[in-house]
Design a protein around this ligand. Sequence first.
Ligand SMILES: [Mg+2]
Length: 294
Amino acid sequence: MRKVKLIYNSGAGQSKFTYFLDTIIEKFMENDIEVLIYRAGDKDNLDEFLKESDSENLYGIIVAGGDGTINRVVNIMMKYNINTPLGIIPAGTSNDFAKHINMPNNFYECIDKILSNNVKKVDIGKVNDKYFINVCSAGLFTNSSQKTDKNLKNALGKVSYFITGAKELFKFRPFTVNAKIDDEVFQEKINLFLVFNGSSVGGMTYFSSGSSIQDGLLDIIIIKNCSFHEMGGLVAQVFAGRNLDNKNIVYRKAKSINIEKVKGNCDRPDIDGDEGPEFPLNISCIENAINMFL
Ligand SMILES: [Mg+2]
């Protein structure tokens, strides 16, 4: 009998997935797939559960959780060079990556999609020695997820990010970076930068069709230092898919980007909603890094 390894994060996304667990196991078993379950949490040993995952009869590694749980699994897959396809069930607070690959919100429809066995190679971002699936960022608003209290996250979902983000606004000061985007080098005083593998952050998609996880390139958006008044308008327009051609925005597609902080303070960079490495950041796109059910 074929098998899947199913990892779920019981604390994610107001814990709604756990109510569906039995029916989901049933759905796999109806398709002659046995489910090996792992409950991810603070004190788990996910490495051990996943490290030998390249056997013939393993159909897939399925993650039911948000971007943070997917990020953990992808880092383990990269570490052990695992080729078994990854399937995503969007069961977190923020499901930015799932949104990018158009996974349905309905869990049963997700399983149908995974069972249709459309496997493709996709890109993964790398920053220093860590991997990210969706976004690496720093500056204003970018680490709201990281800073938001877990209980608040579970109680309010994505609204909690905006509350945390609004608090940040009053303390924020711009910072200066040296950036190298492929061969282009410049220094700039900035409010924030976002380096995307996917196309969504904090539940918002930045534009509908401009980015791909299959083009070997990262999408880079830098918002220069400008007034909060200007910035509010810019952020709204960027996420509405307009106005990337603006004097306060640097927008590029590139294979690699190095960012060094030279002046000012900036909180620790964020990857996929959790704490990332410290500056300087060496970010690159690893083309065709893993197999995924799309
Ligand atoms: Mg890309």
